[in-house]
Write a protein that binds this ligand. Structure first.
Ligand SMILES: [Mg+2]
Length: 278
């Protein structure tokens, strides 16, 4: 159980995972993008020449390429997608991070992961970095998108997709044009932020949200969080703080530890294995 100090400024820290709790230089992000493109090519049979632009547009418009593909009508199994995209990532590039582990264990507040990634990837990353027991829970893809029987293993006929695709992508170029809604809930949508607030049962005004994504930070600020952009030396719109590395938390946000005694920290640090919130 976490100890809550009366009048404490912050009660919870909400952390993005990828490129926030480990550096972009690990190569995980680039490998993930390549795997998504391979999945689009081999499993969804999307024309090679369209893939790069499509990935970018869908990511920009829908938060993740996967959410965009679903919005366009592609039907595929979510678990199969994640297995393909994350299954061959260079996890060996992630290393045990004793500095981050010590920092996290010294933080008295509730700590929760909030990621668009799936459970298997989140658990693999946390284990590799050695921080799997530093969090109360994980809000991940499966938390926000519980499986439904209707989306299992279905693939839309290819002939019906190709015509829709070019017109849908044209639509994406027009800022005011119609955009099909994705059935996938993910950051940076405000609905995903609100879902995380509800699931974690936090007061956003007493919660700090850490993320490396500029648009996630903007959305997090709109949802009422205190916000910290990670991986950049300077502020971005909606960010209250900027950290070049998550290792710099203590220098940038000493107030996290304000009002807490040593015994509070010991009590808060006796965490068990982090569990996925579903
Ligand atoms: Mg990230």
């Amino acid at each position: 159980m976490e100890a809550i100090v009366e009048g404490s400024k912050y009660e919870c820290l909400l952390f993005d995972l990828d490129d926030t709790l480990y550096p972009f230089s690990s190569g995980i992000n680039l490998a993930c993008r390549k795997n998504i493109q391979d999945y689009m090519r081999h499993h969804l049979r999307i024309e090679e020449s369209q893939i790069a632009d499509m990935c970018l547009e869908l990511y920009k418009e829908y938060g993740t390429t996967m959410a965009g593909l679903k919005a366009l009508g592609y039907e595929f199994d979510n678990d199969e997608f994640h297995a393909n995209v994350h299954g061959t990532l260079p996890y060996d590039n992630l290393h045990f991070d004793p500095v981050l582990r010590t920092l996290l264990l010294s933080i008295p507040q509730r700590k929760i992961i909030f990621t668009n990634s799936d459970k298997a990837h989140a658990e693999e990353v946390l284990c590799r970095v050695g921080i799997q027991d530093c969090f109360e829970g994980i809000i991940c893809f499966e938390t926000l998108n519980p499986p439904t029987p209707t989306c299992h293993g279905l693939h839309k006929p290819l002939s019906s997709i190709s015509d829709e695709l070019s017109s849908d992508l044209d639509d994406l170029d027009e800022s005011d044009s119609f955009r099909p809604k994705s059935p996938i809930l993910c950051k940076p949508s405000i609905e995903a932020m609100e879902a995380a607030i509800r699931i974690a049962n936090v007061d956003p005004e007493k919660t700090i949200f850490f993320d490396d994504s500029v648009r996630n930070i903007a959305s997090g600020k709109a949802a009422g969080f205190h916000t910290v952009i990670v991986g950049r030396p300077t502020l971005v719109p909606g960010a209250d703080h900027a950290l070049e590395s998550i290792h710099n938390i203590k220098e940038a946000l000493p107030e996290i530890w304000d009002g807490w005694s040593e015994s509070d920290v010991v009590l808060a640090s006796t965490a068990s294995e982090t569990t996925v919130i579903a």
